[in-house]
Design a protein around this ligand. Structure first.
Ligand SMILES: C[S@@+](CC[C@H](N)C(=O)[O-])C[C@H]1O[C@@H](n2cnc3c(N)ncnc32)[C@H](O)[C@@H]1O
Length: 183
């Protein structure tokens, strides 16, 4: 998807898109950095948008991995469906329906670009609770944000939350890596 197409979707749906530009390669690389490459993974992606993170995940992970993407914007869903990749399943539904598709403890990584700061508290908590539930004990929830306002909320759901930062994005972004801390 061209840059202006993302911008147009952002203008049309700013509350759900939460950004005027797709994530930079630097931010995307930092977000997917924790994904191991040596074994097949079950990955859930929340808010893939134009697919910049999706493509990076597909490029990086083991060939037998499975990636399921939850995206509510129909224009983005059309673009995501153009990615010819048998490992990718695109669902045109909200992240709050995660547990309809995944059993407890069945997912290795949840990679989220959701604009958490623009999602109402009840929905956000529902999504985080479901992400916590579907993750395997050693799994991780990876998320970026442009400010740290949801750090405390993430700590409510994940025992260990580490944060890194990149200035190489518009705007600069924080990257959370969250684990259950069971193993
Ligand atoms: C900031 S954009 C991220 C796009 C892309 N992953 C990136 O990093 O550039 C956020 C995306 O989350 C999607 N989104 C917002 N709320 C959602 C929800 N409840 N479930 C699934 N997707 C959602 C929006 O439609 C948008 O595509």
């Amino acid at each position: 998807m061209k840059k202006w197409s993302f911008f147009r979707e952002a203008l049309r749906n700013f509350r759900t898109t939460g950004s005027i530009a797709a994530s930079s390669p630097a931010l995307v690389n930092k977000l997917v950095d924790p994904l191991p490459t040596n074994r097949p993974l079950v990955i859930v992606e929340l808010g893939p948008g134009d697919g910049c993170v999706t493509r990076a995940i597909l490029e990086k992970v083991h060939g037998e991995s499975q990636i399921t993407a939850f995206e509510i914007n129909d224009a983005f869903v059309v673009k995501l469906n153009q990615i010819q990749e048998p490992r990718l399943r695109v669902l045109g539904i909200g992240a709050e329906r995660l547990t309809e598709f995944f059993a407890a403890g069945s997912v290795d990584y949840v990679v989220s670009s959701l604009p958490l700061s623009m999602i109402d508290k009840a929905t956000k908590e529902r999504i985080l609770r479901q992400a916590q539930l579907v993750l395997r004990p050693e799994g991780q929830f990876l998320q970026y944000q442009y400010a740290l306002q949801d750090y405390g909320l993430l700590k409510d759901y994940f025992h260990r939350v580490s944060v890194s930062f990149t200035i190489a994005n518009l705007p600069p972004a924080f990257i959370y890596s969250c684990s259950l801390g069971i193993v």
